[in-house]
Ligand binder design. Structure first.
Ligand SMILES: Nc1ncnc2c1ncn2[C@@H]1O[C@H](COP(=O)(O)OP(=O)(O)OP(=O)(O)O)[C@@H](O)[C@H]1O
Ligand SMILES: [Mg+2]
Length: 323
């Protein structure tokens, strides 16, 4: 049966203005430049290969508050603005931040019990309480994917009940999301997953489902270590469950010109020589956007962080596709 969505008018996400103050793109760092002459730039090593369509990007770091959710939303919004169809998966039960930030548009008249979220993809729909023998019904990822108010941008919501996956797990749970994406029939160009900082079974499933990891780092002494500890996790997953996972970008979020930011970027480039390393400049309007229930790209289209995320979004995908 075809799903009938409420006839709300979709808001197009604006294209990037081309007179924004973009960061310069370099293929190697000028490590010799003294601090006063050094300026922020985006490192795109010659060995970096942009992704092909149908890529799954997983935004991950086991540090909290480093800009994971912001990165997932703004990259998704940037790709949607380029005309790509984007599915954004909220996989952090603690905050359900994307679900709050963007909201989802349920089909008109859809009963509460049939409003699915990521938990249902893992555990199925609860059996009918009226019928003790009713089996758990499997729920596909497509059934849990809803439009937002924004053109080309779809969300798989989640709630605190996603945590149930941890204690109701069955064998093969860690592969659930990978299979669910592979079996999806909806024509998405890109999938973006906002993974939790907690290394839960759901987070593991996200890393197994991913093709490209995006690691936001907030420059700070502890955050430099944060890159290292997520590196161990990623290396382990690459060795065991998901050899195709690669680190595509390290983004220094809430970026300000400090020696520490520069050190973190140099360390990131050394650890991941094939990845993009880019600052995302600190921008007040980024903090305001969630409460306006729209991406910063729409709330403050001229914000520096919008330019930075827009540039990274273009670099990450094959230019032929995003021309
Ligand atoms: N470029 C930026 N400029 C200014 N503030 C930012 C920027 N990026 C993120 N922030 C702010 O930093 C805070 C943390 O960001 P965010 O919620 O995206 O992090 P997170 O890693 O998803 O956190 P959590 O681990 O709690 O899920 C938010 O208040 C957000 O608005
Ligand atoms: Mg978050």
């Amino acid at each position: 049966m075809a799903t009938v969505y409420a006839m709300t008018t979709l808001t197009p996400l604006p294209p990037l203005a081309d007179d924004l103050e973009f960061l310069s793109i370099v293929s190697e760092w000028d490590t010799e430049a003294p601090h006063n002459q050094w300026s922020a730039s985006t490192l795109v090593p010659a060995t970096f290969r942009p992704a092909d369509p149908a890529r799954v990007f997983v935004v991950t770091n086991n540090k909290g508050g480093v800009g994971k959710t912001t990165t997932a939303v703004e990259l998704a919004a940037a790709w949607a603005a380029m005309g790509l169809r984007v599915r954004l998966i909220d996989a952090d039960p603690q905050n359900a931040a994307i679900t709050y930030w963007l909201g989802v548009e349920y089909p008109e008249g859809l009963p509460l019990a049939q409003r699915y979220n990521l938990r249902h993809v893992f555990l199925g729909a609860d059996p009918d309480p009226q019928n003790a023998n009713a089996p758990v019904r499997e729920v596909t990822l497509d059934e849990a994917t809803y439009p937002t108010k924004f053109e080309n941008l779809y969300v798989v919501p989640c709630g605190a009940d996603l945590a149930r996956v941890e204690y109701e797990r069955t064998t093969g749970t860690d592969n659930t999301l990978r299979y669910a994406i592979a079996e999806s029939k909806m024509p998405f160009d890109v999938t973006v997953i906002d993974a939790s900082r907690t290394m839960s079974l759901v987070t593991l499933a996200c890393l197994i489902a991913g093709d490209d990891a995006i690691i936001p780092v907030k420059p700070g002494a502890l955050d430099a270590q944060g890159v290292l500890s997520i590196s161990d996790t990623i290396a382990k997953i690459q060795r065991r469950e998901n050899p195709k996972l690669r680190v595509a970008a390290i983004l220094t979020t809430m970026w300000e010109k400090t020696n520490l930011a520069r050190e973190v970027e140099e360390q990131a480039a050394e650890d991941y020589p094939d990845a993009i390393v880019s600052p995302i400049r600190k921008t007040t309007s980024v903090g305001e956007a969630p409460a306006t229930h729209q991406p910063t790209r729409l709330h403050a289209p001229r914000a520096t962080a919008v330019a930075d995320y827009g540039q990274v979004a273009r670099l990450l995908l094959n230019p032929v596709r995003v021309a």
